[in-house]
Ligand binder design. Structure first.
Ligand code: VG1
Ligand code: CO
Length: 579
């Protein structure tokens, strides 16, 4: 096939955010927009990251415009000297499965076509993310190099390849030195899950007649993976697996597994959108376990019968019960969470003498820990790491991305271990309440203010900077700020990576109280329009663990709003979404 060089002009704003480049689909559909970003990526990858003569993995969440981007990237991969592209059937591969394929097939890297939890379609979002040789999101050094390149790009290379039939499994050669193989990605992922979990034990547990499991794939890429694992491997009837047909617009939905956007599942589990039990439903008629995924299947939401598990609690419970899971059977020794995630896991780590790390938001920071020799002690035996984020992300060192189905299997495995065949069912709620009884409870909520005018968001942040400055000049003396809270510390979170020495400043404004309560503000790095302000609120109680979250946090929320003057500055009356 002929390779041609096409001249182009830079687009502004091709800066990868928390998890790749995300923009409106219409922006992606502009002439050369995708080509510019892909060529800039190939250009930026040098040294060990160079893809020449190597294997590249290519997959996505099945959203609108992905098929076109898939063909474009294949043609550009050829033109840039890649030896082979491994692509998912219909272009579909979940983010965790891409991560595993890169690692297990020895690929140089991967392009993942997803805007994750953002809606899809001509008027919604698209995304491209590059993952490195370790299977994880490219580190900041690489994403910055890509961005720098997008600012000066003047040409890209593309080959005249015929369209690859993405429906047909198999390998097609083009010329002597390039091929494209279309694969069913559920196969290797199912093998991985079989290595990580005792699927037989989970299957036995699922066959109990007093336990009903349901899963909502929200029309994202999780569907085929859910069918493969939960139905084929574990025997869950297909009618209990909801929305498992990937659709280009996710059925018009917002594929974000939280109480607001996964409303069908939430209602089916007998909950309202605050995570409180719906009145007037017969609990007997409800499933015992419900879970949902986001568009690219790396997020998870865990629900019991009329019971919502916060992602932060989920991480802590898994950490505390890790030895039930085959992959952690030799003992889990390292736990990490993102900064805004609640401190529930910290208590488990402390109690069980595990190493503990706090990283900025986004999965790329966990990869370094997982690959660090210091953590593995340089030994052959791998020291597994469990990681989590408050944003419905849970995962471990079995791959280098968060993994929605992995989290669900962790829970099922824990329940399998805690239940005796003929004894009454130990439920999700029982497990969490027992956890709170032992460790206390970190009440937690997140308020999102989406699509705020960027200048107004900046005003809020300036105000927060002002408060932090005042605190500094008063020699960081603790201040009584009302409602029984004393401000003990406030700062902008700056991450110093112990592994590679890199520093990531400006990772969120933290206000820490003397009693361990806190509120945190951050600007989202995954939105496609305006600014999204996130407000994270947490309060710990050792003994009082049975309050409603909203009332337990009411005064702290009010303090955070007063501090930031968020509503007056932005003209909002409340958040767009509460999780
Ligand atoms: C959000 C979440 C973050 C997560 C990221 C990618 O980022 O807060 O925890 O890692 O999305 O998740 P931000 O910058 O918008 O807060 V995914 O599943 O969208 O790739
Ligand atoms: Co995602």
């Amino acid at each position: 096939p002929d390779v041609k060089t096409v001249s182009t002009k830079p687009y502004e704003g091709q800066k990868p955010g928390t998890s790749g480049l995300r923009k409106k689909t219409k922006t992606f559909m502009q002439e050369n927009f995708v080509e510019n970003f892909v060529q800039s990526t190939f250009d930026a990858l040098d040294g060990d990251a160079d893809t020449t003569g190597e294997l590249l993995v290519l997959g996505g969440d099945g959203r609108y415009f992905n098929k076109d981007m898939t063909q474009t990237i294949i043609r550009m991969a050829y033109a840039n000297g890649v030896a082979k592209v491994l692509v998912g059937q219909h272009g579909l591969i979940s983010t965790p499965a891409v991560s595993h394929l890169v690692r297990s097939k020895g690929a140089a890297g991967a392009f993942i076509l997803t805007a994750s939890h953002n809606p899809a379609g001509p008027n919604e979002d698209c995304g491209i993310k590059y993952n490195s040789r370790n299977g994880g999101p490219a580190p900041e050094s690489v994403t910055s190099a890509i961005y720098e390149r997008t600012k000066t790009i003047s040409e890209y290379r593309i080959a005249d390849l015929p369209e690859v039939d993405l429906a047909e499994i198999g390998e097609t050669k083009f010329g002597d030195s390039f091929s494209v193989e279309v694969i069913d990605a559920t196969e290797t992922y199912a093998q991985l899950m079989d290595e990580v979990f005792d699927l037989g034990e989970i299957k036995d547990f699922l066959s109990r007649d007093d336990f009903v499991f349901t899963y909502d794939a929200m029309h994202g890429v999780a569907g085929p993976f859910a069918k493969r694992i939960f139905h084929e491997e574990l025997g869950v009837p297909l009618e209990q697996l909801l929305n498992c047909e990937p659709l280009e617009d996710f059925g018009g939905g917002h594929p974000d597994p939280n109480l607001t956007y996964a409303h069908d599942l939430v209602e089916c589990m007998g909950l309202d959108q605050k995570g409180m039990p719906l009145k007037g439903v017969d609990p007997e008629s409800l499933p015992d376990f419900g879970a949902a995924a986001d568009g690219d299947a790396d997020r998870n939401m865990i629900l019991g019968k009329q019971f919502f598990v916060t992602p932060s609690d989920s991480l802590a419970v898994i950490a505390n019960n890790a030895e039930c899971i085959k992959y952690f059977k030799d003992g889990l020794k390292t736990v990490a969470r993102s900064m805004p995630t609640s401190g529930a896991a910290d208590r488990v780590a402390e109690e069980k003498d595990m190493k503990f790390f706090e990283t900025p938001t986004g999965w790329k920071y966990f990869g370094n820990l997982m690959d660090a020799k210091e953590l593995t002690g340089g030994k052959k035996d791998y020291n597994p790491v469990l990681c989590g984020e408050e944003s419905f992300g849970t995962g471990s060192s079995h791959i280098r991305e968060k993994d929605g189905i992995f989290a669900v299997l962790c829970w099922l495995n824990i329940l399998a271990a805690k239940n005796e065949p003929s004894a009454p069912l130990v439920t999700v709620e029982d497990v969490v309440r027992e956890h709170w009884d032992t460790f206390g409870r970190n009440y937690y909520t997140r308020y999102d203010y989406e699509n705020v005018d960027a200048d107004l968001a900046q005003k809020v942040m300036s105000r927060l900077n002002g408060i932090i400055f005042m605190f500094e000049v008063s020699n960081r003396a603790p201040v009584d700020i009302g409602a029984g809270f004393t401000l003990a510390n406030c700062d902008e979170f700056e991450f110093h990576d112990e592994v590679d020495g890199s520093v990531s400043p400006h990772q969120g404004w933290r206000f820490l109280m003397e009693d361990g309560s806190r509120f945190v503000f951050r600007l989202s790095g995954t939105g496609s329009v305006g600014a999204t302000i996130r407000l994270y609120i947490e309060r710990y109680s050792k003994d009082d663990t049975s309050q409603e979250t909203a009332s337990a946090l009411e005064s702290l929320v009010q303090l955070a709003l007063d501090f930031s003057d968020l509503h007056a500055i932005t003209g909002r009356e409340g958040p767009t979404v509460i999780t």
